[in-house]
Design a protein around this ligand. Structure first.
Ligand code: IPD
Ligand code: CA
Ligand code: CA
Length: 264
């Protein structure tokens, strides 16, 4: 048996329904080192998805934020690899916002083959299969056609611990505010990238973890967005595994925005 998009969609939907059910008076908040919020729903959704994977594909590798978050030697993992963010947008989730997603990616040969990002409170499922296309609730998606930087709506986000990177974060913000139409900080990197893929944002940049962007990366590239980095990835990581200094744009803005952001 091989993983299929239907299987990933079913598991992401089931996890989305679980986190929607758990929000409310069953919610338990906790903090990881670095003041990073985690809830009982993050852990429960992680367990639900990783249990499914282990039962169906016991030999496959898993990288999952809450249960198997080691990134070392990930570039060597050419075999079947699952990359899971059980809740992307935990801060939104815990505050009752709707911009929240479950993200499941399946990689082989170091590149994503299947990706699903399910937003349970928005009843939207983004999905993609390598070489076959990208969809929102089953309909094909494409990026917008904004070709002039001053008309571009740009998404970004910030790390939990903002202090060490503050000068760089502020310099990049200033550049975007000077050159683009406006900025959004919506609180889910996976959805930000999917929103570039479907034309709701013209561009997105941020340094994140691989589970934030693994599934959305395939959705963006299959939709026809330009997915890359502000600076070349560190340690020679391939684009598909490198999650620092991400830059995702519609087909028109990548080079110009990359130059602007790399100057900071
Ligand atoms: C976070 C979200 C947020 C981004 C942070 C991520 P989490 O993921 O994607 O938008 O700005 O960098 O850590 O913690 O909610 O899974
Ligand atoms: Ca995340
Ligand atoms: Ca998460």
């Amino acid at each position: 048996m091989k993983p299929t998009l239907d299987l990933l969609t079913a598991w992401a939907t089931e996890a989305g329904e679980l986190i929607a059910r758990l929000r409310g008076d069953q919610l338990v908040l906790d903090y990881k080192p670095g003041n990073e919020l985690v809830t009982n729903a993050d852990v429960a959704a992680d367990q639900l998805i990783t249990d499914h994977i282990r039962r169906h594909f016991p030999t496959h590798q898993i990288l999952a934020e809450e249960s198997a978050s080691k990134l070392q030697d990930i570039a060597d993992l050419n075999g079947p690899l699952w990359i899971i963010d059980p809740i992307d947008g935990t801060v939104n989730y815990a505050h009752g916002h709707s911009h929240v997603a479950v993200s499941i990616a399946f990689y082989e040969h170091g590149v994503p083959q299947l990706g699903v990002v399910n937003a349970p409170f928005q009843q939207e499922t983004f999905s993609a299969e390598r070489g076959k296309g990208a969809w929102l609730n089953g309909q094909p998606i494409q990026p917008n056609k904004v070709a002039v930087m001053k008309n571009a709506l740009v998404g970004t986000g910030f790390p939990y611990d903002k202090v060490p990177e503050l000068p760089l974060l502020l310099a990049r913000l200033e550049t975007v505010l000077r050159n683009c139409a406006d900025i959004r900080r919506n609180g889910s990197a996976a959805l930000d990238i999917c929103w570039v893929a479907c034309g709701r944002l013209s561009a997105y940049y941020e340094t994140v973890s691989l589970w934030d962007c693994a599934a959305a990366q395939l959705i963006a590239t299959e939709a026809g967005a330009h997915y890359g980095h502000i600076w070349p990835p560190l340690n020679g990581l391939p684009t598909s595994m490198a999650s620092e200094n991400l830059l995702v744009t519609n087909p028109y803005l990548f080079d110009e925005l990359q130059t602007l952001l790399a100057e900071q």
